[in-house]
Design a protein. Structure first.
Lengths: 336, 76
C-alpha cells in the first residue's frame, strides 16, 4: 500500500511540469532560476498550471459523486427525520448535494414547506457553502494543508452546521420566517435519474463552471500570497496572529464574515499565512467565515426570513466558527 | 413548443437561457421561450434548484447548466 501511494505521489509530484516550466523560464524568457525574478515567475506559472490540473481532476471526481444527489432527493430524505438526527443528516447531505446559492430561496421554501424543521434546514444551508468542492479540493492539493486538514475542515463544517441548526431549532424561531412560506404549495416532482453519460457531462460542466468562476480569484490569491511571502516578515505575523494570540481568531472571523470572495482566493493566502506562523485554527476559521456567510446570500434569504432570524443565523455561525478556531489553535500541535 | 427557463438571475441561469435560444435557432424550432424568475412560479413546478428547463409543462432537468449541444436532446 505504501509503495502504491509512493508511485502515485511521484506521478502526481509534477516534476515533469516543474522541469518544463523551468525550461520555459530559462530558454524562452531568458531568466536565470537563481534570480528572484526568475524564481518568482517560475513559481507563479508552475503553481497556476499545477493547481488548474489538480483542481479539475478533483472537482470532476467530487461532482461525479454529487451527481447522484439532488436537492429534491435530499428533501425527501430529510422529511423523514426528526430534530437532532435531522440536523446531522442535513449537514452531511449539505456536503454532497450540489446546489447553487441562487437556489437558496426555492430550496429553503421547499424544505420548510415539506415539514423539515427550521434548524435542520439551516444545518444544510450552513454546512453546504463551507464544504464546497473547490475549497476541499484545494486543501487536499495544497502542500501546506493536505488530506488530514481537509478532512478536519469537513468535520468542523458539519459540526458548525449541526450545532447552529440545533440551537436554531431550540430557539423556536418559526415565526421569524415570512408567513407566506408556510402557505406555499410546492409540487412534488418525480426525481430525475441520470445515466452515466449524463453524470459525466454534469461533472465536466461543473469543472468548466468552477474554473471559469474561480480562476481569477485564484490568480489574485496566489499573487497576494506571493507578495505576503516576500514582503511581510514572519515575526510580525507571529506577534499579532500566532497561535498564542487570544484575539487572533476573533479578528480573523470578524474580518472574514463581510468578505465575500470565493473560498478559492483565500486558500493561497491562508497557505502563506500558515507558513508565516499564523495559527491553524485562525486560518481555518478565517476561511470558513469568508465562505459560510455571504452578503448576496443573506440578501436573497431576506425574502423568506425576517431580520431577527438572519441576525441569529449570522451570529450563531460566527460564534461556532470562532469556537472551532480556538479549539484548533489549542490542539494545533497535534494536527501539524 | 413552449420552453421555460427557470432561474432567478444568476450567471448560470442567464447562460442557460442564451443556450436555449441558440439551440432553438440551430434546430429551427417553432418555440416560445420564457424566462421564469419569480421563485413562487419556479416552485410551482416542484423545482428547488436552478437553473432548470421545462418543455411543454414537463421538467427536463434542474440544478445544472447544460451546453447548447447537449440541450438539443431535451428539445425534440
Amino acid at each position: 500500500m505504501k509503495e502504491l501511494l509512493y508511485y502515485i505521489k511521484s506521478l502526481f509530484s509534477f516534476k515533469w511540469l516543474y522541469n518544463l516550466v523551468e525550461l520555459f523560464v530559462e530558454k524562452v524568457l531568458r531568466l536565470s532560476m537563481e534570480t528572484r525574478l526568475g524564481e518568482s515567475i517560475h513559481f507563479f506559472i508552475y503553481d497556476i498550471i499545477k493547481i488548474a490540473i489538480l483542481l479539475s481532476i478533483m472537482i470532476f471526481i467530487i461532482s461525479y459523486i454529487r451527481s447522484y444527489f439532488s436537492p429534491e432527493k435530499t428533501k425527501s430524505i430529510l422529511s423523514k427525520y426528526s430534530k437532532v438526527t435531522g440536523n446531522i443528516m442535513a449537514s452531511l447531505l449539505g456536503i454532497v448535494t450540489p446546489f447553487c446559492s441562487c437556489s437558496s430561496v426555492p430550496l429553503f421554501i421547499g424544505f420548510v414547506e415539506s415539514g423539515i424543521p427550521l434548524g435542520v434546514t439551516f444545518s444544510f444551508l450552513i454546512t453546504s457553502p463551507i464544504v464546497n468542492e473547490a475549497a476541499f479540493s484545494l486543501l487536499i492539493i495544497s502542500p501546506a494543508f493536505g488530506m488530514k486538514i481537509a478532512l478536519i475542515y469537513v468535520v468542523t463544517g458539519v459540526l458548525i452546521g449541526v450545532l447552529s441548526g440545533i440551537i436554531i431549532d431550540y430557539m423556536h424561531l418559526e415565526n421569524e420566517v415570512e408567513e407566506y412560506v408556510y402557505q406555499m404549495q410546492v409540487a412534488d416532482v418525480a426525481v430525475q435519474e441520470r445515466d452515466s453519460k449524463e453524470r459525466f457531462r454534469f461533472a465536466i460542466q461543473n469543472v468548466k463552471d468552477i474554473i471559469h468562476r474561480v480562476w481569477i480569484y485564484l490568480v489574485i490569491g496566489i499573487g497576494i500570497g506571493a507578495i505576503i511571502h516576500g514582503a511581510v516578515p514572519a515575526e510580525l505575523l507571529i506577534k499579532y496572529a500566532g497561535p498564542d494570540n487570544p484575539f487572533a481568531v476573533i479578528i480573523g472571523v470578524v474580518l472574514g464574515i463581510p468578505l465575500y470572495s470565493n473560498a478559492m482566493g483565500t486558500i493561497p493566502i491562508a497557505e502563506v499565512l500558515l507558513t508565516k506562523g499564523v495559527g491553524i485554527g485562525t486560518v481555518l476559521s478565517f476561511m470558513m467565515a469568508v465562505t459560510a456567510l455571504s452578503l448576496p446570500e443573506l440578501i436573497l434569504l431576506r425574502k423568506v426570513i425576517k431580520p431577527k432570524l438572519i441576525a441569529v443565523f449570522v451570529v450563531l455561525t460566527g460564534i461556532s466558527i470562532i469556537i472551532v478556531g480556538y479549539l484548533f489553535n489549542a490542539i494545533s500541535h497535534l494536527l501539524m | 413548443m413552449n420552453i421555460k427557463v427557470l432561474g432567478s438571475g444568476c450567471k448560470k441561469c442567464k447562460q442557460l437561457e442564451a443556450n436555449v435560444q441558440e439551440a432553438v435557432k440551430d434546430m429551427g424550432l417553432e418555440a416560445t421561450i420564457e424566462k421564469v424568475e419569480d421563485f413562487k412560479d419556479i416552485m410551482s413546478f416542484g423545482v428547488m434548484s436552478t437553473p432548470a428547463l421545462v418543455v411543454d409543462g414537463e421538467v427536463k432537468f434542474s440544478g445544472q447548466l447544460v451546453d447548447v449541444k447537449n440541450l438539443k436532446k431535451y428539445l425534440i
